[in-house]
Design a protein around this ligand. Structure first.
Ligand code: FE2
Length: 381
């Protein structure tokens, strides 16, 4: 797999050529920091046992050779020998042109969608008993940012059984889970029969809950359909039609607040469109009910900021964008609350509508997904 290995004159850079002609360069400091020997990385859990301060500032590659499809390096001034498998170097190579990610999603993991998207749908019992189904369900949530589940139990608290399939709830001041039904004196508009504009939940928290589950126990009222909207698609549309406005929503923080109950004052200051350091779309916060006065946008940009905010809302409200469905008892859906907005149509007081909701964390879901992928791959071997 390896054809040649060379170091530059200074010993600062290793250059490899693979047998297929691919080339990759690595820095001495990077290689030393990622050394795979048992003094640098714990053999059991792979955790790093040194800090950067343990590596000499004048670290160099004193010698480099190929042996058994590995690159064997000797570092100076430590006089330390470390072996790197060629496959490991290939998998971890970073010597490539900087991709243009501005305002884009990670295309490998994410597919954006509009109303033509069928709601990914999974059976509760199957997801519980079959790891391959459970893996497909979690992978759908990663890719599309939402998935429905059907044929679940219809007793109060059943939503926790769904969360148990991949992780843990995130408890908040609303409790481990909360009721979504009409109340006479609502403390929150979600608990009335009014329709709700598509939104992400709890942007006033920092960090926001990254997953939300809504679970139906009764739904005989007129209306009350659920609608989900891909916030990344809406952001992409804004970026295409108004790049300056996109930059304003990504570049300045909005403010969000909730203080609807005694003893609770939740506030955050975060952008509506969040980008990674390299410009990739990583989060949307959009919730008209929770907006506090925006005071961090310079006066000269405020009018354009509001125009972009309005435009983003128009894309979100566009009937072309939403996937809608009506939940039956025992049915639920999970949304990635950093990406997918949810809405509901208004419902009348006739009949009853009883949902329960809770939050959970996406890192736990992705952890379970990665472990299931490994498990299912081994089973298939
Ligand atoms: Fe909500």
């Amino acid at each position: 797999m390896l054809r040649t290995v060379n170091t530059d004159h200074s010993g600062d850079v290793l250059s490899l050529e693979f047998t297929n002609g691919d080339r990759a360069r690595f820095h001495a400091i990077w290689l030393r920091d990622n050394a795979l020997d048992s003094e640098t990385r714990a053999p059991g859990n792979g955790q790093c046992l040194i800090t950067l301060a343990d590596i000499p500032t004048d670290i160099k590659i004193a010698a480099a050779n190929i042996a058994d499809n590995c690159v064997v390096l000797r570092f100076s001034p430590e006089d330390k020998e470390v072996s790197f498998p060629a496959t490991w170097l290939r998998d971890n190579a970073y010597d490539r042109a900087e991709p243009s990610l501005f305002g884009h999603v990670d295309a490998a993991a994410i597919t954006t969608w509009n109303k033509t998207q069928d709601a990914p749908c999974f059976d509760f019992e199957q997801a519980r008993s079959d790891p391959a189904t459970r893996k497909s369900w979690l992978a759908a949530i990663e890719r599309f940012g939402f998935a429905k589940m059907i044929n679940g139990p219809t007793e109060s608290g059943a939503l926790i059984d769904v969360i148990d399939l991949f992780g843990y709830t995130r408890e908040t001041n609303y409790g481990q889970y909360f009721e979504v039904r009409t109340e006479v004196n609502p403390t929150n508009l979600a608990f009335t029969g009014l329709g709700l504009q598509a939104h992400t939940d709890n942007p006033y928290r920092d960090p926001v809950p990254t997953l939300q589950l809504l679970y139906c126990l009764e739904n005989s009222a007129e209306g009350g359909d659920s609608i989900v909207v891909d916030g990344f698609r809406a952001a992409e549309r804004l970026r295409e039609s108004n790049p300056e406005g996109f930059n304003l929503l990504a570049g300045y923080p909005a403010r969000f607040e909730y203080k609807g109950e005694a003893g609770v004052v939740l506030q955050s200051r975060r952008p509506m469109i969040e980008l990674s350091p390299e410009g990739q779309l990583i989060g949307i916060r959009f919730n008209n009910r929770s907006c506090a006065p925006i005071v961090d946008v310079p006066f000269d940009h405020m009018a354009a900021y509001y125009a972009a905010y309005r435009q983003l809302g128009e894309f979100i409200d566009d009937p072309d964008m939403g996937v809608s469905f009506k939940l039956a008892p025992g049915e639920s859906f999970i949304v990635d609350n950093t990406r997918v907005l949810h809405a509901r149509t208004g419902y009348s007081g006739e009949g009853s509508r009883w949902l329960q909701g809770c939050y959970a964390d996406k890192d736990g879901l992705l952890s379970t997904l990665r472990a299931l992928e490994a498990q299912v791959a081994v089973a298939a071997e």
